[in-house]
Design a protein around this ligand. Structure first.
Ligand code: GLC
Length: 649
């Protein structure tokens, strides 16, 4: 830390202790150095003062309950007091630099703690590896207490304040977040707020008939109301967990379960639920989280005769969460999990005056990317990127090729229809392609929630398997392997060029393939998402420095891409971004411009060499990958190749 920043931190320390920020720092008297000053709460009060009226307004609009609101404010103060000083300093720094996450220097990786390193302590010992991947944001997949075998990958939480025993303790978590912060790594976790596990203490009490706790969920003593809901509420897991209600034989009641039967939906109409969940949220934020992913957020408010998705009250709640975190822990970012079509996703950013989430997943772009892989036609992807590029620069998207969930084929079918592609046969084509059934496909993977009546299904597989690495390895086919590696890197290069924050799934950085062992585990066998959630293969990772291996090619390729992304200002989130017509259906051309720097990206989605018929004659360009000079006029691009062409200054 430089002298200047040390001084700034000292000033901030004083500020937390109630001094005026501009006050000159006096040399400390001998013996007084480490004496903690009492927290006067000036910072908290200021933040609360600025936001109190709006928060109260929103709270009263939903709950009309002044005493519960007062309780919420008291507890916010309590959590603020309890927050570690180091975290409070981080908050102050980030309050001063609100765009800290909108640059070109964040690279994320999502990982399951046990799969990656056994337990939390294990993750701490692997931070060198994380750094080698140039990752400075790790998303620790759900690690809170969850019943074995009825956990939905940890998304059924039975205790929001306890870590799963096999993974460690809250102290281990705090030690990990502190170690990460020392290295400049941000930590993200899930906040599963739509539901609890049936093993959560509230659920247990509700099951025993305690009215106070039953009112925290949706309980019905006969099928009448559930059947009204079922008329308008779609299903999340139509095959693995059909219906939105579960009959509890022992309790003689139905309970609402939008996801699995053991995930009971919380009733946010009850202010006790909102308050208690906010306390859990602040408790977790105080463990050192930098990013909190709000799981399944569109679902949290339910009304009869609606789809129970994206209702206006959801936005009120998210806005309140944003305000609460800005008061208690403004260094924490909210990442909304909104897996919906673009019109539904964007409102979760809120407005400039009333922001909601800081970041959202670029889910339609992700699905459209794989559509482009299968069709070798960039038309729809261009349209999708143009839509995203036309949004305000302040919106930060998380870009990814795949995550722990399935790939749902939520594409813009109105546009596809105009080109003669109907939804059902097209989904069928995509699923066939990625299972490796169509000619020219080297992909491997499995369907998810295949409905034999409608023929509908989503898809699961790792990036490398979907690109052909698995097939090529199995068949020892070096030609297919070469193509697979090229395609894998081209897709990452294109993903890194999108505005926002790229996130890798652990294992993808060395091209790990599908893991079929989940089929032997009765707790997982029915859920094909486990095919792409395999354990990190550290033996393969050892080969990452050897360029003659698949692992080395992919690892080093990604490292180079990331170095370029970080070095070039044109990659900041706020740069201008656009697409360019190439007159070649298989080649995507993207442009970025920021403060005099311009980069043009060319990506060939086809297994054949192609020419991009572009005509950029505004100067000389150099390919950042090879260092070669390339004129962006009628550019020949090898099969699955790409260029990052930078305009010379
Ligand atoms: C989110 C998670 C998914 C989980 C669901 C229910 O969509 O990403 O894995 O099944 O929430 O909590």
């Amino acid at each position: 830390m430089g002298k200047g920043s040390k001084r700034r931190r000292l000033q901030k320390k004083k500020m937390l202790q109630g001094y005026h920020i501009k006050e000159e720092i006096q040399p400390q008297q001998k013996g007084q150095q480490n004496k903690p000053k009492p927290e006067t709460g000036e910072v908290f009060r200021k933040r609360l003062e600025q936001r109190h009226d709006e928060l109260r307004w929103l709270y009263m609009e939903l709950y009309e309950n002044g005493s519960m609101f007062a309780e919420l404010c008291d507890n916010m103060w309590r959590f603020y007091l309890e927050r570690e000083e180091e975290l409070k300093l981080r908050d102050l720094e980030r309050e001063e630099n609100r765009s800290w996450y909108k640059q070109n220097d964040l690279l994320g990786m999502m990982l399951y703690i046990d799969n990656f390193a056994g337990d939390i302590k294990g993750v701490e010992t692997r931070l060198d590896y994380i750094e080698q991947c140039q990752v400075n944001y790790i998303h620790l997949m759900p690690f809170l207490d969850t019943p074995k075998g009825r956990s939905d990958g940890g998304y059924a939480v039975s205790d929001f304040r306890k870590v799963q025993e096999k993974l460690g303790t809250m102290e281990d978590l705090e030690s990990l977040t502190a170690a990460c912060h020392k290295r400049g790594i941000n930590v993200c976790m899930d906040f599963v707020m739509n539901h609890t596990s049936e093993e959560h203490e509230w659920a247990k009490k509700a099951r025993r008939g305690d009215g106070e706790y039953m009112s925290r969920y949706f309980f019905f003593d006969d099928a009448c109301e559930p059947s009204i809901y079922e008329k308008t509420v779609p299903q999340v897991f139509p095959i693995t967990a059909p219906g939105n209600f579960t009959w509890l034989e022992d309790a003689g009641h139905f309970v609402m379960t939008s996801f699995y039967p053991y995930q009971w939906d919380l009733n946010y109409k009850n202010p006790r639920v909102f308050n208690e969940m906010m306390y859990n949220f602040l408790y977790l934020a105080n463990r050192g989280m930098d990013i909190i992913r709000i799981d399944a957020v569109p679902y949290i408010w339910k009304e009869k005769n609606t789809s129970c998705r994206n209702l206006p009250q959801v936005h009120t709640i998210v806005r309140m969460m944003r305000i609460i975190s800005e008061i208690v822990c403004p260094g924490v970012l909210l990442l909304g999990e909104v897996v919906m079509e673009p019109e539904k996703v964007v409102p979760y950013f809120g407005t400039v005056e009333k922001p909601e989430c800081h970041m959202l997943y670029n889910v339609t772009t992700m699905a459209t990317t794989w559509h482009t892989v299968a069709t070798r036609n960039v038309t729809l992807l261009r349209r999708q990127l143009d839509t995203i590029n036309s949004l305000p620069r302040d919106y930060v998207f998380l870009n990814y090729l795949r995550c722990h969930d399935d790939i749902g084929w939520g594409l813009d079918y109105d546009s596809l229809r105009r080109e003669g592609m109907e939804e059902r046969p097209h989904k069928q084509y995509l699923n066939d392609y990625f299972q490796g059934y169509t000619e020219g496909s080297n992909s491997r993977g499995e369907l998810y929630n295949f409905d034999s009546i409608t023929g509908d299904a989503r898809f699961c597989g790792t990036t490398a398997s979907m690109c052909g690495v698995e097939k090529a390895g199995f068949e020892r086919d070096s030609y297919v392997m070469e193509r697979a590696i090229r395609q894998d890197l081209m897709l990452h290069a294109y993903m890194f060029m999108q505005s926002g924050i790229p996130v890798l799934y652990s294992g993808d950085e060395i091209g790990q393939v599908n893991d079929y062992t989940y089929k032997q585990d009765p707790n997982k066998a029915a859920d094909s998402r486990y095919i792409h959630r395999g354990a990190m293969n550290w033996d393969l990772a050892k080969k990452r420095e050897d360029f003659d291996t698949v692992e080395g090619r992919i690892f080093q390729g990604l490292r180079k891409l990331e170095r370029i992304r970080r070095a070039e200002r044109a990659f900041v989130c706020q740069a201008d971004a656009w697409t360019i017509e190439t007159w070649e259906p298989a080649v995507l051309c993207m442009g970025r411009y920021f403060e005099g720097e311009k980069i043009i990206g060319l990506f060939n989605f086809s297994e054949f060499d192609k020419t991009a018929w572009i005509n950029e004659t505004d100067g000389e360009y150099i390919d950042l990958m090879s260092g070669e000079e390339i004129k962006p006029v009628g550019v020949g691009i090898p099969a699955y190749g790409f260029y990052y062409l930078k305009k010379k200054g």
